[in-house]
Design a protein around this ligand. Structure first.
Ligand SMILES: Cc1cc2nc3c(=O)[nH]c(=O)nc-3n(C[C@H](O)[C@H](O)[C@H](O)COP(=O)(O)OP(=O)(O)OC[C@H]3O[C@@H](n4cnc5c(N)ncnc54)[C@H](O)[C@@H]3O)c2cc1C
Length: 412
């Protein structure tokens, strides 16, 4: 045994990681007869939660919980029991009953009325303390082993013994918050498989990007098509943001789980069913307004001025070029760029920019109805350490809370 470990402390359950999943698990399972320790490697809990929603905390979404299931890629089936057991209404009630009112902003996103993540964290900490959870900071779990019917969890200062353990160490995004993939290592020691992690909810860096001057422009509800080896493999709709290095905004972040280096993204900038429909409308405008400039004819399609100017400048079309003088080749080029401007994916943003992690503990090795390992009885998982990544809009936090609650209810 490590010579620096001086004591071993016994608990009924040990939770590893004080993010939203770990804190909610503690709130759900601790009671005077069930002694729970929550180990956190940082000197304070919930660092990532404090950053959520740019510090305002978009903790869930409005609407029927059934509608949440499509927001977890291919994993709607796995998240269902957790979300149905502890849904968005229960979560909202939990905070409102403790004096933190909730408000709905930006198409269904739920925030605390105070718009402060800190208030959300404080309520969870108070509730953990009321439940009798021992919060132990500066205690990174370094290794874990199972001896007969109990686990031994080692930190540099002490070891802990418990009958039940839950790993809630999060994924790998924003590593400065403490989420550095430790849970994968611990799960592997105990025989679990890890689906190769990669950054999720991350911006796209575009190869040979020429739109840096358009940074800050956003296109609401843009249609985005994804091509691989010249074949369309996915499409989506969502708000898109031009950045200095490429594309971001919820439409791209949510889509990033499907995107790979070398793919082609085509962004539709005008709201028509297809190129033919747009071309016919555009032709009509060119005929009716033959004396106006081409730029003027295009202005009615609600494209931001800066973006339209950039596209036309790149095509060599001057400010005062008249509609009547537009040749077929240039018209076709305008139509194809507005209905599907092509951006080659240079790479995806790394863990420092990603809001979530794709991959993690393999779902088929975890009982979705209890969150208990199918391999090691008494071992549980919740939150982002699992191979779950949700869309932007409150879906990741709702899963962290719901899976933490479900595990907690089954650990006693
Ligand atoms: C910038 C940003 C903004 C976001 N905004 C939103 C949002 O508005 N809405 C939303 O739904 N989602 C948002 N997310 C995603 C969301 O915050 C995460 O999905 C969620 O925090 C995951 O919760 P978790 O408890 O599983 O893990 P985490 O929050 O990552 O917590 C894991 C905890 O475990 C600790 N830990 C790690 N290893 C060890 C160890 N070995 N021993 C002890 N402790 C350990 C870590 O220090 C950390 O405190 C955002 C993410 C980022 C990065």
């Amino acid at each position: 045994m490590d010579a620096t470990i001086v004591t071993q402390v016994d608990y009924d359950a040990v939770i590893i990681g004080a993010g939203p999943a770990g804190l909610f698990c503690g709130i759900s399972c601790a009671n005077p007869k069930f002694k729970v320790a929550l180990l956190e490697k940082n000197s304070s809990p919930g660092k990532k939660l404090l950053m959520a929603g740019t510090g305002q905390c978009n903790l869930t979404h409005s609407g029927n919980i059934k509608d949440f299931l499509v927001h977890y890629g291919q994993h709607g089936k796995f998240v269902r029991p957790s979300l149905f057991n502890y849904d968005n209404l229960k979560l909202i009630n939990f905070f409102e009953q403790r004096g933190l009112r909730m408000t709905e902003l930006h198409s269904g996103k739920i925030f605390p009325e105070s718009l402060r993540s800190k208030d959300v964290l404080e309520i969870m900490l108070e509730s953990c303390k009321e439940a009798g959870v021992d919060l132990i900071y500066n205690s990174p779990a370094k290794s874990i082993l199972k001896q007969n019917d109990h686990f031994i969890i080692s930190t540099p200062q002490r070891s802990f013994s418990s009958r039940k353990v839950i790993i809630t160490t999060g994924g790998m995004s924003y590593p400065a918050t403490g989420s550095t993939g430790d849970g994968y290592h611990l799960a592997k020691i105990l025989g679990h498989s890890i689906i190769e992690p990669s950054p999720a909810l991350t911006p796209v860096i575009v190869k040979d990007y020429s739109f840096a001057e358009c940074a800050g422009i956003s296109i609401p509800n843009a249609k985005i098509f994804l091509f691989r080896c010249e074949k369309k493999i996915h499409e989506t709709r969502g708000d898109l943001l031009f950045t200095h290095k490429g594309l971001s905004g919820p439409g791209i972040l949510d889509f990033s789980r499907y995107i790979a280096k070398g793919d082609l993204l085509k962004v539709q900038l005008a709201d028509f069913r297809n190129e033919e429909e747009f071309e016919s409308d555009f032709l009509n405008q060119l005929h009716i307004h033959a004396k106006r400039s081409i730029r003027n004819c295009l202005a009615q399609y609600n494209l931001p001025d800066r973006l339209l100017n950039h596209i036309l400048d790149n095509l060599g079309i001057a400010n005062d070029d008249k509609a009547s003088g537009l040749n077929k080749k240039d018209r076709k080029m305008i139509v194809s760029q507005i209905m599907g401007f092509p951006f080659e994916v240079g790479k995806l943003g790394g863990y420092k920019e990603a809001m979530a992690t794709c991959g993690g503990v393999k779902l088929s090795e975890v009982n979705l109805k209890t969150m208990e390992s199918r391999i090691v009885p008494g071992l549980f998982f919740a939150g982002e350490v699992l191979d779950i990544d949700g869309d932007t809009g409150g879906y990741n936090l709702q899963f962290a809370f719901s899976s933490g609650a479900l595990a907690g209810q089954n650990m006693e």
